[in-house]
Write a protein that binds this ligand. Structure first.
Ligand SMILES: C[S@@+](CC[C@H](N)C(=O)[O-])C[C@H]1O[C@@H](n2cnc3c(N)ncnc32)[C@H](O)[C@@H]1O
Length: 275
């Protein structure tokens, strides 16, 4: 128990010590998508260029606070278990923390026509940030996938209140059922947030299948890449894929950039934003 924690803190310390060099290496690449990931990181790390978004962040965090005070029980029946938990507990455990949701917001903002697929709607906290970033953006779409119907309606209630956002869809159903349908619909996504079932094989499988639904270039953000040994293995296997141009490892989140499907010499960068 203690050893993995020491290992984690040591590797984060090394990343922090090397961060300036990593940022320099990233800017030398002169890649538009890598730049926008780096800028999102720097904006949050140093609180630069985000004043104009503070009001939006406040609204999303008010939604989180509202969820954290919601003591209604929600059933997990669709996910094959009879477990019930309060909305408040679910929000505390499953929702992206503000810094990571804001990172997604900034990436979304910096893409001119984002077509986004999120695997893992949950109560819509990350979705609230993503949709807010899409306000007044032309030619953008947002599809998010969730198995638990109560989560879908809670998320939808908040999404509906976000004005001037483009059309969005919450696809309800187990991924085993909804994933093949999405793949058959000829979407061309260019931003993915993979935050569903944190299972090694499913995560690798999503990556391989989603390559068929992407525009180029595309950015894929994986949550919880160090959450379990299985997720660490999945991340390692995914980042070895020969189509990937850039890997940005933020310890909690992993970002990959795919310019096209041709084999590449890829560059890997390690940054640290938050514990
Ligand atoms: C970590 S939560 C997503 C959190 C959300 N992205 C956020 O940051 O606010 C993962 C969600 O995936 C859903 N999920 C997990 N396995 C699923 C499956 N096989 N089919 C459908 N939904 C599933 C869970 O119900 C849960 O709501």
């Amino acid at each position: 128990m203690v050893f993995p924690k020491i290992k984690k803190h040591l590797s984060i310390l090394l990343i922090r010590l090397n961060q300036k060099t990593e940022l320099r290496r990233m800017s030398q690449e002169r890649n538009k998508n890598l730049d926008l990931v780096m800028e999102s990181f720097l904006d949050l790390k140093y609180g630069k260029n985000i004043e104009k978004y503070l009001e939006v962040f406040k609204k999303c965090e008010e939604y989180r606070t509202h969820l954290l005070h919601d003591n209604r029980f929600v059933s997990y029946k669709i996910a094959g278990s009879n477990k019930t938990q309060t909305v408040s507990e679910i929000c505390r455990k499953a929702s992206s923390k503000p810094i990571w949701a804001q990172f997604l917001f900034l990436i979304t903002k910096k893409i001119s026509s984002p077509n986004i697929l999120e695997i893992g709607t949950n109560l819509g906290v990350s979705g609230a940030y993503i949709l807010s970033a899409l306000r007044n953006k032309k030619n953008s779409t947002f599809i998010t996938m969730e198995g638990v119907s109560d989560f879908c309606s809670i998320a939808d209630n908040f999404f509906k209140s976000i004005d001037a956002c483009p059309e969005y869809e919450i696809r309800q159903g187990l991924y085993e059922q909804t994933f093949p349908i999405i793949l058959n619909e000829n979407h061309k996504f260019n931003l993915f947030f993979i935050d569903g079932n944190h299972d090694k094989n499913d995560t690798i499988n999503y990556f391989n299948l989603l390559k068929k639904t992407m525009q180029f270039p595309s950015i894929m953000v994986f949550d919880d890449i160090n959450w379990s040994v299985g997720m660490q293995q999945a991340w390692k296997i995914i980042t070895q894929d020969r189509s990937i141009s850039y890997v940005v490892d933020l310890y909690k989140l992993g970002v990959i950039i795919i310019d096209d499907l041709k084999p590449k010499k890829k560059s890997v960068f390690h940054l640290h934003l938050h514990y």
